[in-house]
Write a protein that binds this ligand. Structure first.
Ligand code: GDP
Length: 291
């Protein structure tokens, strides 16, 4: 533990960024991200920009539209976003409370993001990965599905609150729809809903519960594809294209870019942190490129 603490207490340092075409640049970053920047360019792309990495596997000439570059922050922006997620005495990241009803939820002025998905989709593991720079935060990852029965609130310093919503589908809490629907409909400081889809199996019937709620309440939401380390490149590409098509043709409020992640390899985790820091108003970036 002492070694781990030391790792996180080392603080900030300047690290030379990896060579990425534009030449070497200096990034102010945490030691953890400095390690990432030292990776060879192909490995770095796979870890930080997994969707772009998939692009290499398209059949030449087919050019499916994956909206790859809508949110395309620089490594500098991503490095800066890491500070939002790094616990320190001045940036306390901690579990706040749990609630079964909205009126039991903490009354907060800070912006909020929530994570929602089927039981076993990998929600707790993803939240744990997002909080890996705050190792004291306890996010319980269960071996049995259906673990999260309440809404769990986590404070991320003065920046925002992250809410782990109960899983739906198998062993969902009885009052799941009431609890979640009321939260999604009425939570005033909710900035973005992250809807998790298991990249191994794609969108399932039960996912429609959450998709329909987001669409009905006209919420801005984002699809996050979990467990991308589990599939072959071919299978993953097929799932990603199918889900992308669904987002393009069947949704209104869903952000057009998918966020593939792995809580095991950490692929996509840094980019997702940067996106969250940005949409909660805590990081200015020129990373959004709408054409
Ligand atoms: P939750 O019910 O949605 O909170 O899901 P969990 O986070 O508890 O994960 C369910 C199962 O999937 C657990 O056995 C995890 O170890 C596994 N899992 C979660 N995320 C990943 C991932 O990114 N890759 C792999 N290979 N397994 C994962």
């Amino acid at each position: 533990m002492a070694v781990r603490r030391l790792w996180f207490d080392v603080g900030w340092l300047f690290a030379m960024g990896a060579e990425l075409g534009s030449g070497r640049r200096a990034y102010c970053t945490s030691q953890a991200f400095a390690e990432v920047l030292r990776l060879p360019s192909k490995q770095l792309t796979k870890l930080v920009f997994p969707l772009q990495e998939l692009e290499r596997h398209f059949v030449p000439g087919s050019r499916p539209d994956l909206h790859l570059k809508i949110f395309n922050p620089s490594l500098d922006d991503i490095a800066r976003a890491e500070s939002v997620f790094t616990a320190s005495s001045r940036n306390r990241i901690e579990y706040l409370s749990s609630a079964v009803r909205l009126d039991h939820a903490p009354d907060l002025r800070r912006p909020e993001v929530c994570f929602i998905g089927r039981s076993n989709v990998g929600k707790s593991s993803l939240i744990k990965a997002l909080f890996s720079l705050a190792p004291e935060v306890e996010v319980r990852v269960s071996k049995k599905p259906g673990h999260t029965k309440k809404m769990n609130f986590f404070k991320v310093g003065k920046y925002f609150t992250l809410v782990d919503m109960p899983g739906y589908g198998y062993r969902a809490p009885e009052d799941f729809v009431d609890m979640v629907e009321t939260y999604l409909k009425e939570r005033k400081n909710l900035m973005r809903t992250f809807l998790l889809v298991d990249s191994v199996v794609g969108i399932q019937k039960t996912d429609n519960i959450a998709i329909e709620m987001c669409e009905e309440f006209a919420l801005p939401y984002v699809m996050v594809l979990t467990k991308i380390d589990k599939s072959s490149k071919g299978h993953l590409l097929k799932q990603v294209l199918q889900i992308q098509k669904f987002v393009d043709t069947k949704t209104q409020g869903c952000f057009p870019q998918l966020f593939p992640v792995s809580a095991v390899t950490y692929s996509g985790i840094h980019l997702l942190r940067c996106f969250i820091a940005n949409i909660t108003g805590n990081l200015k970036t020129n990373g959004f490129q709408f054409s």
